[in-house]
Design a protein around this ligand. Structure first.
Ligand code: WTA
Length: 631
């Protein structure tokens, strides 16, 4: 199933469009099924109702673990690099990983979890996180992994939305020189989570935690009570594999639902192709398993292909900005898949951290999460790839399950800051505001996809209508991505960023409405408006315009209070970079905030604000501009 020439890409692409069912049916033959499908695809984008590999039975963990045991049981599946480089790294072979997953799957059963139950995972980047994810899949429980940076309230909202029965966590996490008290956060969250019956706690940082009788149990104790034999649960191709919450333009995050069969095929196929993975190579994706990139390209994609995947607990700059390069050298990493924000941050330290580092093992580089600017692209290419490693700029989303538009390493000619061409099976289309297709090359529009692919979301958990409204109602018969896009003269795609009220901060999706809701929870705040602005390292920064009438002259303190509030409500990742206190917001006569104007002010581009005469109070704009200059 690996594409090895551009000609083959073109042929496969053609076939995938002309005969998608045959194309994906053949790709799916490369996986292990308990029972074959009777229909490859049935679909309808209006409902939406999408089924792939109908009637087929499988368990994704048999594809990620069992099937590799005979020939590759002793091959490293996961190499774990701890936060502290002085600490021992850990290598799990496929055999060991299989054993641990089965054992922990039995722990889940022992604690009352069964097929279909939802399980929340809130853990550091340790091998046990991958083990917990796979153990859920083993027994057919639905995992909902929550990134370690979210607050107790965010966790509680997510747990309650999907009514999780079990929570898996750790005493704490290390992030650089910081410690995060994960169990404390979970304890706060669980005060408001009546559906949670059990909480399994891994010892990691050895900080004291409170263990509630009857609810909380230690991972280390539990695994002693079970054996390591656990037959995989037989799953229907369309049974839910996992839920992953993501921000949208409304205040409430939605639970994106992926199912077993299609997701497996898509994650595996795209991994093998985009990175041109070769047997024996070491692959390092720096994402966190709390995000979709970690799900698809640390766990499921690589393991389904029998790859060796590096799992790194720490951050790029600890203990020094050489850390990634030390890891590359230590494990002779062949593929490095990271984010533009990390590249820009490392770039800012100059060449010193690269001094004496042997990066000669690198063969393929990857970027994901946000548009990569040309400067960062060239730095990555020259300093890290030494001009020899193709960069795959992979565009995709939580909702798409896997990479959609991207070069295929060694096959597709690359172009700085372009995601280049759609993968086989993906049919992008650009539309104007009214949903009319924009044909030809050298054009820009809103990016939609007009035909289903196996990895696409099936619904948003507990609220199918929301899925329909968000993705399938803006334009008839199209999946709307929320991204703007350029198709250049060569037919190459370049993603220009979100066209909705979603920010991309350091590659993390954050809804402006969510941040506004959080700010507005502060007692002194009357109203707020949040927009993004260009930020050198984060890509986008968060700029908040806040109405706070009775401040008693303590502006700096009030700002800190607001930051604290946002940290409590969402998590530190959503903290505004700039807060500007204003007496009013530019609104239309119907009361709608004119974000376009605020965005311009935040960008420092106030030369041409367009027509402000329709505003309720045009004077407020001048006042905001003046205040912004002083910030
Ligand atoms: C953005 C991350 C430009 C885009 C996998 C998308 C990108 C959102 C790229 C999804 C890229 C992701 N170039 N923009 N290569 N990759 N994006 O759900 O705006 O966390 O809609 O998935 O990130 O973010 P998400």
């Amino acid at each position: 199933m690996q594409i090895t020439s551009f000609k083959q890409y073109e042929e496969d692409y053609k076939k995938s469009v002309e005969n998608p069912e045959q194309f994906w049916g053949e790709v799916a033959q490369n996986f292990q099924w308990r029972k074959p499908w009777f229909k490859v695809l049935s679909w309808n984008f209006n409902e939406p109702d999408i089924k792939w590999f109908e009637g087929a039975k499988l368990n994704i963990t048999e594809n990620c673990l069992d099937r590799h045991l005979a020939a590759n049981g002793d091959k490293p599946a996961i190499i774990w690099e701890p936060n502290n480089p002085e600490e021992e790294s850990v290598i799990y072979t496929y055999k060991m990983l299989h054993e641990r997953v089965c054992r922990f799957a039995n722990v889940l059963k022992r604690n009352g979890a069964k097929k279909g139950d939802r399980i929340c995972i809130y853990m550091p980047m340790v091998p046990e996180l991958a083990i917990a994810v796979l153990a859920c899949a083993r027994i057919g429980a639905v995992h909902s992994v929550i990134f370690g940076g979210f607050s107790a309230k965010s966790i509680a909202d997510r747990i309650n939305d999907s009514q999780c029965k079990v929570v898996i966590t750790a005493d704490g996490a290390y992030r650089g020189n910081k410690q995060i008290p994960l169990k404390d956060v979970i304890d706060d969250a669980l005060i408001g989570c009546p559906t949670v019956e059990k909480c399994i706690v891994l010892t990691h940082v050895r900080t004291p935690v409170s263990m509630l009788k009857g609810r909380d149990v230690w991972w280390e104790d539990e695994v002693k009570h079970v054996n390591d034999i656990c037959e995989a649960e037989e799953m229907d191709a369309e049974d839910i594999l996992f839920i992953l919450y993501t921000s949208g333009s409304t205040g409430k995050p939605k639970g994106v639902v992926h199912t077993c069969g299609g997701y497996m095929v898509y994650a595996g196929y795209t991994f093998a192709n985009v990175f041109n993975y070769q047997p024996g190579e070491v692959y390092f994706c720096t994402a966190d398993i709390g995000w979709i990139t970690g799900h698809s390209y640390i766990v499921y994609g690589p393991l389904s292909q029998g790859a060796t995947s590096v799992l790194f607990e720490g951050i790029p700059t600890y203990p020094s900005p050489s850390r990634f390069w030390d890891i590359v050298e230590k494990y002779k990493v062949n593929t490095l898949y990271t984010a533009p924000t990390a590249i820009r941050s490392l770039m800012s330290y100059g060449d010193d951290p690269l001094e004496g580092k042997d990066l000669s093992s690198i063969r393929v580089l990857g970027s994901v999460g946000e548009p990569i600017n040309e400067e960062a692209w060239h730095w990555f290419d020259e300093k890290i790839g030494h001009g020899k490693a193709p960069i795959v700029d992979t565009w995709w989303q939580t909702e798409t399950g896997g990479i959609m538009i991207s070069p295929i390493a060694t096959v597709t000619p690359t172009k700085p800051s372009f995601a280049t061409l759609p993968l086989p099976g993906i049919q992008p289309i650009l539309v104007d505001e009214n949903g009319n297709e924009i044909e030809g090359n050298g054009v820009m529009g809103n990016l939609c996809i007009k035909f289903p692919w196996p990895g696409m979301l099936r619904t948003t958990y507990g609220d199918h209508e929301r899925c329909k409204q968000t993705y399938f109602s803006t334009y008839e018969n199209l999946y709307f991505t929320g991204d703007g896009c350029l198709r250049d003269e060569d037919g190459y795609y370049r993603i220009t960023g979100r066209v909705d009220d979603v920010l991309n901060v350091s590659g993390h999706r954050i809804g402006t409405a969510e941040v506004e809701n959080a700010i507005n929870m502060h007692a002194g705040v009357v109203e707020s408006a949040v927009v993004g602005y260009p930020h050198d390292v984060k890509g986008q920064g968060i700029y908040a315009f806040v109405i706070y009438p009775d401040m008693h002259g303590e502006a700096e303190l009030s700002k800190k209070d607001i930051l604290q509030t946002v940290t409590r409500v969402i998590g530190a990742i959503a903290k505004p970079d700039k807060i500007l206190f204003v007496s009013g917001l530019p609104k239309t006569r119907s009361g709608k905030i004119m974000r376009r104007i605020l965005r311009k002010i935040a960008e420092g581009d106030t030369g041409n604000l367009g027509d402000t005469s329709t505003l309720l109070d045009p004077g407020v704009v001048e006042e905001i501009i003046e205040a912004a200059k002083k910030l």
